[in-house]
Ligand binder design. Structure first.
Ligand SMILES: Cc1ncc(COP(=O)(O)O)c(C=O)c1O
Length: 460
């Protein structure tokens, strides 16, 4: 398709007016939104999005961290079309379906050893709800039941989704605080946030401080908690906070020692962004439950999966009249179109050699971030892993002076980036850069050049 080809859009002004009149956007202050220029995408190609006027933007957000192999990949389009011509959807409450069966086998092949069952749902939040309910029910139905296991150990500042169970195990005051009266009890411990720029003491010291706190909490509470839930290796929505390497392995050891389940929420980290297929692989661990969503369908269709070890699955087996089944499911659980897209995405990991091919871009990103940190006092800290980066903007690093949140500096820099052909969505005053896996080193340069330019322009 030609670069500016959005000629199928007949009346852009009317579409923008309908959006402002009728649509309520997620995580958006609508009073500001209706006053601002609309950004409406009409098509995508590779790592680029085109708005309804034909302007091109690099998708540095991977469309909320979901896109892996680029937009409008013919291989995924064809897989969806092919599946649609056979069967778009039939329920999984009872019957099986062809692509869901094939996908489950491939996910178990790829996942850390020991995970053996796949339970489908529709998005990251529901994958987490499923994991929490499975963990809770497991203790009640295992051979010697333990009815005291009613709560969860969580990490401060974590984000696991927006449904009330996943909000209960979240820890971001701004998103979750208001709903406290509706939430179940959890016990939060510090996440071992580590960046090579801001932590000269090294990762081991950071990890061991957090592990001490985890162990103290486990000593007090393991007997009343169903599971520990963590975003492995990096917290996403708290502002991209990388974890001290080595921590996850020790957390697994502690969970075994204190006999508590470990849930790894790989909704964000799964499918390659960290440089490995799954973050758990980086520390060679197997969680008892693992949640997947976002990149699972290559960024095409809503799909999620909760993977479980055999011991958990077995606790749900029994006679029909015992009602030990997992009474949970959604209308579109295991949807065929989404599963077909996911299979095509896994094929692309092989034919594109995605994990190998992303390495030069990840290395270029690290080199450019190192330089940015060195040259700019406006950068407070940077967190980076694979093709994930969070750049914290501050008034002055030397004077440890932050921007007031109401100055909206993150949003202003991202707005300036739009003019430079880059689409990023900030988290407060953190610039979040999460490009698709197909990004080239030259495209990394293009985006970081644009960030430097926009920062100079907006922040001075
Ligand atoms: C780690 C993690 N878990 C769960 C979720 C929720 O996923 P969804 O937005 O698909 O409900 C997110 C979303 O950002 C996430 O980063």
């Amino acid at each position: 398709m030609a670069e500016n080809s959005v000629d199928f859009i007949k009346n852009p002004a009317e579409l923008e007016a309908w959006d402002k009149q009728y649509v309520w956007h997620p995580f958006t202050q609508m009073r500001d939104y209706v006053e601002e220029p609309t950004l409406m995408f009409a098509r995508g190609e590779g790592a680029y999005l085109y708005d309804i006027h034909g302007k091109r933007y690099f998708d540095g957000n991977s469309s909320l961290w979901v896109n892996l192999h680029g937009h409008a990949r013919p291989e995924i389009n064809q897989a969806i079309e092919h599946q649609a011509s056979r069967l778009a959807h039939s329920t999984m409450l009872g019957p099986a379906n062809v692509p869901a069966s094939e996908l489950a086998r491939r996910l178990i092949d790829l996942a850390p050893d020991g995970l053996s069952k796949v339970f489908y749902s529709d998005n990251g939040s529901t994958a987490v709800e499923v994991a929490l309910k499975m963990a809770f029910q497991y203790w009640r139905q295992k051979q010697s039941p333990d009815m005291k296991r009613c709560s969860f150990i969580t990490f401060k500042e974590s984000y696991h989704g927006d449904t009330l169970g996943s909000v209960s195990v979240g820890g971001i005051g701004l998103f979750h605080g208001l709903f406290k009266p509706l939430l179940f009890e959890t016990h939060a411990v510090p996440y071992p946030v580590y960046s090579k720029y801001a932590n000269p003491e090294g990762p081991a010291a950071v990890a061991s401080r957090s592990l001490e706190a985890v162990e103290a909490e486990l000593k007090r509470r393991a007997g009343e908690c169903a599971a520990v839930i963590i975003e492995p290796v990096v917290q996403g929505a708290s502002g991209i906070r990388t974890q001290a390497p080595g921590f996850l392995k020790d957390l697994r050891r502690l969970c075994d020692e204190y006999e508590i389940l470990l849930i790894c929420d790989e909704v964000f980290t799964g499918f390659g962004r960290t440089g490995s297929m799954f973050a758990c692989e980086l520390e060679g661990i197997t969680p008892d439950l693992m949640t997947l969503a976002k990149g699972i369908s290559g960024g095409y269709l809503p799909l999620a999966a909760t993977l479980a070890i055999q011991k958990i699955y077995d606790a749900f087996l029994g006679g029909y009249h015992e009602f030990r089944a997992f009474f949970h499911g959604h209308s579109y659980t295991g949807n065929q179109l989404a599963c077909a897209a996911a299979l095509a995405s896994l094929d692309l990991f092989e034919s594109d050699r995605s994990l190998e091919r992303m390495k030069p871009a990840a290395a270029r990103l690290e080199a450019r971030l190192d330089a940015l940190y060195d040259q700019s006092d406006r950068v407070g800290d940077i967190h980076h892993l694979g093709l994930i980066a969070g750049i914290d903007l501050v008034k002055s690093r030397a004077r440890a002076e932050a921007y007031p949140i109401e100055d909206k500096m993150g949003a202003k820099v991202c707005f300036a980036l739009r003019e430079r052909g880059v689409w990023l969505r900030p988290l407060g005053n953190t610039l979040v850069f999460i490009p698709p896996l197909i990004t080239t080193p030259d495209e990394i340069d293009f985006v970081i050049d644009a960030i430097e330019d926009a920062m100079a322009n907006v922040l001075g």
